[in-house]
Design a protein around this ligand. Structure first.
Ligand code: FES
Length: 118
């Protein structure tokens, strides 16, 4: 199955462990789902903006996903912590469940979401 590329932003918009880039994706039921991309260790990673504890958005201020240490992604509701490069739960109420990753590609200063063709 081929992947379609959808532009979600420019590389300059994503600083290392800075504010995330918010966008939306279509779920299996066709409903729009919030998502975000961040940069960690120079690479771009993207996830559904949905905590593994309660399926709600995680940013504590618009686009702020990192905790104050800049080390982990933080759910603002009850403080679950996730590894930014894998989405793996590293502490708190995510109870071992991680974030849902999305495929992204950075190319020529552009960031693309890779979506499977229907
Ligand atoms: S909703 Fe994210 S930790 Fe509870």
């Amino acid at each position: 199955m081929a992947a379609a590329k959808r532009l979600i932003g420019l590389s300059d918009e994503l600083e290392e462990r800075g504010r995330g880039l918010k966008f939306s994706v279509s779920g299996a039921d066709g409903e729009s789902q919030p998502a975000f991309a961040i940069r960690a260790d120079g690479k771009v990673f993207a996830y559904l903006n949905r905590c593994a504890h309660v399926p709600i958005e995680m940013d504590w201020d618009n686009g702020q996903f990192f905790d104050f240490s800049g080390q982990y992604l933080l759910c603002s509701t009850h403080g679950a912590l996730y590894d930014p490069s894998t989405g793996r739960c590293v502490g708190g109420r995510c109870n071992g469940r991680g974030l849902q990753p999305l495929r992204v590609q950075e190319e020529n200063n552009h960031i693309y979401l890779l979506e499977e063709d229907a």
